[in-house]
Write a protein that binds this ligand. Structure first.
Ligand code: PLP
Length: 452
């Protein structure tokens, strides 16, 4: 099968599926026109318009692994809010906790009586002693960077090419001609981010050591596996290697587990017995309500207190008014104690492993040079024969036309993948019938794409 045939088929498929989408979604088109009167691009956040559908899909009701759109069509959701709904939409215990708290106050700039239990729950779940809350994972990363600079007295941040840690400017960089520069797509950033941020390729321990040896890196921030440029797993010993190197050169190691919480209960670091200096989590920890947290050791807490106590009183640059509010505390507690259980993870991981096998077999049957990469409950389809080992390889494997054609074909048949790459996530209420439906539609799509 020549790639050109695949692209020709994908181009034709994309055009017919766009027409199909318009026919299937008159109510979404109507809502889009109406919302355009008062929302930029007709959506509450401009990137909601970037899904590649002719008009955005408007959601009516989401529960468990499914949702219905404004046109009454049922979808099996493998995007799950790009991890925000990784424990399912509107899980009953979280809905109950929110309803109970709803008549007891939302926010007061003071902790609720549940605060000690939430601290203990976070500590038990992720295995780090001390915690602080934020409202988004972006903010949690931003705050950790501040703490790290304050604690070490160093200015530099080391990240990996292809990283994404939210809209924290310091990480919105690319490597061009060996230099760390502002991402070309970044709007309104007037500072040269390469002044204080250095990026090196993932899985390259020598490059990490070269930068750390300069002695000016406050913190190395990374996901245990890159999950935002396709999926790049760490080589065996790589994260252990950066742990050892950061310790050797006095740099703090932050693991952003916002997505890799898919690995196992407690996240990748706990499952792999690595203790970072800071651990960041966000998105699903309050069942999909805005919440994030960062954890650290007792020893780090002592250094943080010393930095804070030696600064004059006033704004620390760390914190937002609504973070750690009473509603969020109730939702985090219910999510981590009642939803993200061992049994839930067992189901998610077993079903994801089985889906990985079946999708791989479907790809092999068509002799396509593609692969499925999996991290616990999270799977990524990539258009390369083997899992990439760095972001450049992952980027080289991307093909917008094929990707968009697959996404839209599946979406028009009630199966939703994560936009901007090919991620599929399993939640506690995803069933075998749901994964069978995905496989059936994926196989049909491959038949169309590979037809002569
Ligand atoms: C690894 C990682 N960290 C942080 C974030 C930021 O999360 P939020 O947009 O909720 O701030 C993201 C978002 O996709 C992410 O993938």
């Amino acid at each position: 099968m020549l790639n050109t045939n695949l692209i020709t088929n994908a181009t034709a498929l994309l055009a017919s599926e766009r027409a199909n989408y318009v026919k299937l979604h008159p109510k979404s088109a109507e809502l889009s026109a109406k919302a355009s009167q008062h929302f930029l691009y007709g959506v509450p956040m401009h990137w909601m318009n970037d899904w590649g559908t002719p008009v955005p899909l408007f959601i009516n009701h989401a529960e468990g692994a499914h949702f219905t759109c404004a046109d009454g069509i049922d979808y099996t959701d493998f995007c799950l809010g790009d991890t925000g709904a990784m424990f399912g939409h509107s899980p009953a215990p979280v809905a109950k906790a929110i309803a109970t708290q709803a008549s007891r106050g939302y926010t007061a700039m003071l902790p609720s009586t549940l605060a000690p239990d939430v601290g203990e729950t976070l500590s038990d779940f992720f295995g780090l002693d001390d915690w602080q809350l934020a409202t988004t994972a972006t903010d949690a990363n931003r705050f950790v960077l501040r703490w790290a600079r304050a604690v070490t007295g160093r200015s530099k941040l080391l990240v990996f090419d292809g990283c994404y840690h939210g809209t924290i400017d310091d990480t919105e960089i690319d490597i061009i001609d060996g230099k760390t520069v502002n991402r070309a797509s970044l709007l309104g950033q007037v500072y040269d981010l390469g002044m204080h941020t250095v990026a090196v390729p993932f899985n390259d321990l020598a490059a990490v050591e070269r930068e750390l040896a300069k002695g000016d890196v406050a913190v190395l921030l990374t996901e245990p596996a890159l999950t935002n440029c396709g999926m790049v797993l760490p080589n065996s010993g790589f994260i252990e290697g950066i742990r050892a190197l950061t310790t050797k050169y006095g740099t703090l190691l932050t693991l952003d587990e916002t997505h890799t919480i898919s690995t196992a209960r407690g996240g990748w670091a706990k499952a792999n017995h690595i203790t970072p200096d800071f651990l960041v989590v966000g998105k699903p920890i309050a069942g999909g309500l805005p919440a994030a947290a960062y954890g650290f050791s007792e020893a780090m807490a002592t250094r943080m207190k010393a930095a804070k106590d030696s600064a004059p009183a006033g704004h620390s640059g760390i914190g937002t008014t609504l973070s750690g509010n009473m509603m969020t505390l109730a939702a985090i507690h219910a999510t981590l104690t009642e939803i993200a259980t061992d049994a839930a993870y067992k189901h998610m991981l077993t079903l994801a492993a089985s889906l990985e096998h079946q999708l791989s077999a479907a790809i092999k049957a068509k002799k396509l040079p593609w692969n499925i990469t999996r991290l616990g409950a999270r799977l990524e389809l990539q258009f390369c024969e083997k899992s990439p080992t760095n972001a450049q390889q992952a980027r080289d494997a991307q093909n917008d036309t094929i990707e968009s054609a697959i996404h839209l074909y599946l979406l028009n048949r009630g199966v939703l993948l994560t936009p901007f790459h090919n991620m599929m996530l399993i939640c506690p209420s995803t069933s075998e019938a749901d994964t069978n439906r995905l496989l059936e539609v994926f196989n049909d799509c491959l038949n169309v794409l590979t037809s002569q």
